[in-house]
Design a protein around this ligand. Structure first.
Ligand code: AMP
Ligand code: GLY
Length: 428
């Protein structure tokens, strides 16, 4: 098997790691990859959005499976182009990836399919948006419809904030084309949960749910980021909740997509708000593995799980189960660079001790090697330190201890990843 993983972050390192573990004789290529994936295979110097070049490389390298990590190449039609070239690919078509690339489209599909989601409306006209905002209770959430790299959703405490955000997106072009259409929706209370399912468009296999930590600071304070850490398993996921997510969210969405002529194949990520009564409501769909969720979910899948990706890509998938249980608890802590999520400081040398131990895997995200071979900071989220244990508390302790031992100038991280779960486990 020759596999090409598209992307170069922590999620893609975790994908390469899981593929290598499940099938040790697989040849792994990554484009562009990072110093972590370079240990597991060969990096090709092609950016993740260079669709033509990626298709050419997949053909030239006789690739039998392409796994697409990020959303941008999917939205650009990379999976369509590979399929047209007869190359098996795990990931949705551009039409199906609209579930992530257009929040307006996702809202429309959910409404049509009866999927529980926050009540809201879509606007391109500022006056209409302002009139709607003026008539809704506070707080409100205003979202750019297009891909905005995690900067598109703004929780607004007041109608005035919501109006200002709508104006910034629709009139001032704050996020460019991504903000020319917006969704305004009600604010939901509860706890967030990321449920990822593998799917061939019809059947689903739910992976161990995870919880992300989006805020920069401990205690969920400070600005939103792409994610500062994640853990699995999450105590609030009962079998009943997962069945509800399958029947009320995943299956109706897949049926609606197929009915539109855009069958969805790949991993469908439902970002949920779970109410205090345990009722899931969809905040967003993503068309890919979560980052950093993948860095805890993939390593705790039972061995052989990576073969699901190949079978889905080859249209030969016959899953025996409906839910995969995690083999251990896992916590990943993101080591970020000072300045993230604004302007991260890059260039610092990174020292990773050799003896972090068997229960630790360090995934590379924003790193690169300079000409002398020194590992250096090259992006905002630098490393993802994943630790395993019998409980989230044990894994969290291991991850935090390893984070302390990894050194680079300007290192920033949260010491409370998994805190909610640890509190939940302690509660009577
Ligand atoms: P999204 O990009 O839609 O996932 O939104 C990013 C983040 O904004 C989510 O992870 C939530 O923390 C928050 N958020 C989005 N929509 C809502 C909502 N309707 N109610 C409460 N929080 C929300
Ligand atoms: N961790 C959130 C995301 O991948 O969108």
């Amino acid at each position: 098997m020759r596999v090409l993983v598209v992307g170069g972050g922590g999620r893609e390192h975790a994908l390469c790691w899981a593929l290598r573990r499940d099938a040790p004789d697989t040849t792994i290529l990554a484009a562009p990859g990072n110093p972590g994936t370079a240990h597991l295979g060969t990096n090709l110097p092609i950016t993740a959005t260079a669709v033509d070049e990626l298709v050419r490389a997949a053909r030239a390298q006789r690739i039998n499976l392409v796994v697409v990590g990020p959303e941008a190449p999917l939205a650009l039609g990379l999976a369509d182009r590979l399929r047209a070239a007869g190359i098996p690919v795990f990931g949705p078509s551009a039409a199906a990836a609209r579930l992530e690339s257009s929040k307006a489209f996702a809202k429309e599909i959910m409404t049509q399919a009866g999927v529980p989601t926050a009540a809201g409306r879509t606007f391109t006209d500022l006056a209409a948006a302002l009139a709607y905002i003026g008539a809704r209770p506070e707080p409100l959430v205003v979202k750019a419809s297009g891909l905005a790299g995690g900067k598109g959703a703004v929780v607004c405490a007041t109608r005035a904030d919501a109006a200002a955000t709508a104006r910034a997106f629709l009139q001032e072009g704050k996020l460019g084309d991504a903000g020319r259409e917006i969704v305004v929706e009600e604010f939901l209370n509860g706890e967030e949960l990321s449920v990822l399912a593998l799917t061939d468009g019809e059947r689903t296999l739910i992976l161990p749910p995870a919880q992300d930590h989006k805020r920069l600071g401990e205690g969920d304070t400070g600005p939103n980021t792409g994610g500062m850490g994640a853990y699995t398993p999450v105590g609030l996921t009962t079998p009943g909740l997962l069945e509800r997510v399958r029947c009320d969210v995943l299956e109706p969405t897949l049926r609606a997509m197929a009915a539109r002529g855009a069958p969805y194949q790949g991993v469908l990520y439902a970002g949920l708000m779970v109410s205090p009564l345990g009722v899931p409501t969809v905040l967003e769909f993503n068309c890919r593995f979560g980052d950093p969720e993948a860095q805890v979910v993939l390593p705790v899948l039972p061995r052989g799980a990576a073969t699901h990706l190949a079978a889905i890509a080859a249209n030969t998938w016959k899953p025996a189960e409906r839910v995969l249980a995690p083999t251990a608890a896992a916590v990943t802590t993101v080591l970020a660079a000072r300045g993230y999520p604004g302007q991260p400081e890059t260039g610092a040398a990174i020292a990773i001790p050799e003896d972090l131990g068997p229960q630790i895997v360090v995934f590379h995200a924003g790193t690169k090697r300079d000409d002398a071979g020194t590992l250096r900071v090259s992006g905002g989220r630098v490393l993802n330190v994943t630790a395993f244990g019998a409980s989230v508390a044990e894994a969290a302790e291991r991850s935090a201890a390893a984070c302390q031992r990894i050194a680079f100038e300007g290192k920033v991280y949260r010491r409370d990843i998994g805190r909610r779960e640890i509190e939940r486990a302690r509660a009577p």
